[in-house]
Design a protein. Structure first.
Length: 55
């Protein structure tokens, strides 16, 4: 079985702009990930979009 290389991404809140979550993403996927997650700063569920992680 071949290993799929994955990148670490950060999920940024669209309302306040805070990077609250990190996740893995396959290099084969070109689309940006959007997830509805809880934002502790806004204290509600908001849309979080993919951003780069500074290493």
């Amino acid at each position: 079985m071949a290993k799929v290389k994955r990148n670490i991404i950060a999920l940024k809140c669209e309302v306040c702009g805070m990077k609250n979550y990190t996740s893995f993403k396959s290099r084969l996927i070109n689309d940006k990930i959007e997830k509805k997650k809880y934002c502790p700063t806004c204290q509600r569920h908001t849309v979080h979009k993919e951003t780069k992680v500074k290493q």
